[in-house]
Ligand binder design. Structure first.
Ligand SMILES: *Cc1c(COP(=O)(O)O)cnc(C)c1O
Length: 460
């Protein structure tokens, strides 16, 4: 038994440990090796001071920690959760056309705020507006950096200092602290709640109108469903009432799909409102995300009547929430696919529309590439849309199911520790990798991660 002082004296110097770790593996940069060595020595010292005997520091462990430190925290992963628009995993993957547009604009200079014909200053707000107009039928449009910003801008521009009427059934929390009552307060509006959680009629809106009413607001209940004894005033009723009393109406669509209602139904996501449909109803302003069902980059789109958009465009907040050139490039290219009748080539929509037979074939091929193994099976499962769309929808899908001698958590952790991490979900004690959200380029990484997992099982 060594004494505490002996153990402390035996701790290596940070630079010696770093040199030994660098010799064990030359992969990590020097700063990371030194930092990992410093942390290892500090942890050991703390353990000794707690009265523990932590043993020697292995240079290989320091080298591994250094390699982990050198990795950026924002990294590519494989989404095997089956949730197509997974907010934590970055929502919609971009189409090749959108990626090419980003690369082109990012690598050099662009017409971001330049009018080539005039040889003079132009506006960044012109690039996407005409496409949004064309695709939604709106008089005018404006793009900002996300839908939350679109809501704050619209509420600030249309209703600051005045009353906004909202149904109690639509005072929703979207997640990440985006709550409609808080957003209204933040935008300087006074919230006037009408109706009840489950039932709100158009008469409730009418009764709440005062000379100080600035806006009638509808909010799409993106991530939940109220079922049973329910009733809500339709958007058409709210818009008609607004017209009658001279108060503008707005809808926060959340996801806001661009295909028509019929096309959405064909994709298995019928029931989500299409932006074109709400514009046709005559709402003054609709807001929606660029990276939910639209399948483009993170962005917020405002589409509606010319005067409502003009007020948003004039508001000083616009400068704080304007989109950058990379966002605009990706959005314009994605909108271009819809305009060209190629909505099916938008990856999020292609994944949503994938046929179960095709998914089964892909699952079998992927399993064959990984296996054979007694710990691997191909199973039927169901995927979710995510991104605040169709919270109750389940899309029939196929998956690899992995089990092993250890708990499912251990398998899950091992897959997340792969060179390209694979994120699945645990169902009934197995790790399930849903092929719907595994992109073609991800397949080789899934095979590598699963093979590494199996190799780890046999070596213990
Ligand atoms: C997702 C969502 C938002 C926020 O949109 P972001 O693009 O994530 O900022 C706002 N309102 C509703 C109804 C939503 O579903």
């Amino acid at each position: 038994m060594s004494t505490r002082d002996e153990l402390l004296r035996a701790l290596p110097a940070v630079h010696e440990l770093a040199t030994a770790a660098a010799a064990a593996s030359a992969a990590a940069p020097r700063w990371a090796v030194v930092e990992a060595a410093r942390r290892a020595v500090a942890e050991h010292r703390a353990a000794i001071l707690r009265g523990e005997q932590p043993g020697e520091i292995a240079p290989a462990a320091v080298a591994a920690a250094a390699a982990a430190l050198a990795q950026p925290s924002l990294r590519r992963v494989v989404n095997a959760t089956g949730v197509v628009l997974h907010t934590n995993l970055g929502r919609a993957p971009l189409a090749p056309e959108a990626i090419a547009a980003v690369v082109d604009v990012a690598a050099g200079y662009s017409t971001l705020e330049y009018d080539l014909a005039a040889g003079a200053r132009g506006s960044r707000h012109g690039h996407a507006a005409h496409l949004v107009r064309e695709l939604t039928g709106a008089d005018d449009a404006l793009v900002v950096n996300n839908n939350a910003a679109a809501c704050v801008l619209a509420l600030s521009a249309l209703a600051a200092g005045r009353e906004v009427i909202v149904s109690r059934g639509e005072l929703v929390e979207i997640g990440g602290s985006f709550r409609i009552p808080d957003i209204l307060r933040q935008s300087g509006c006074r919230l006037v709640e009408v109706g009840t959680t489950n039932k709100t009629r158009i008469a409730d809106y009418r009764a709440a109108i005062t000379p100080d009413t600035a806006l009638l607001l509808k909010v799409h209940p993106s991530n939940f469903a109220v079922v049973g004894f329910t009733e809500a005033a339709s958007l058409a009723e709210v818009v008609a009432l607004g017209r009658e009393v001279g108060v503008p109406s707005m809808i926060d669509l959340g996801s806001g799909a661009l295909p028509s209602t019929a096309e959405l139904r064909a994709l298995g996501v019928g029931g989500e409102p299409s932006a074109r449909d709400v514009v046709a109803i005559g709402v003054d302003l609709a807001t929606f995300s660029g990276d939910k069902l639209l399948g483009g980059p993170q962005a917020g789109v405002l589409a509606g009547r010319a005067d409502a958009i003009a007020r948003c465009r004039r508001h000083p907040l616009l400068r704080a929430v304007r989109p950058d050139k990379l966002t605009l490039a990706a959005l314009v290219a994605t909108l271009g696919l819809y305009r060209d009748g190629r909505g099916r080539d938008v990856p999020a929509l292609a994944m949503l529309g994938a046929a179960p037979d095709e998914l089964r074939r892909r699952a079998l091929a992927l399993a064959a590439a990984c296996g054979p193994s007694p710990h691997l099976a191909v199973i039927e499962t169901s995927s979710a849309v995510g991104g605040g769309a169709l919270p109750t929808a389940e899309l029939p899908s196929w998956a690899l199911a992995l089990d092993g001698p250890g708990a499912a958590d251990a398998i899950d952790r091992a897959l997340r520790a792969a060179p390209v991490p694979v994120v699945g979900r645990i169902v009934d004690g197995r790790v399930v990798l849903d092929v719907r959200t595994i992109l073609p380029r991800d397949e080789v990484d899934v095979v590598a991660a699963v093979r590494m997992l199996f190799a780890g099982m046999t070596t213990g």
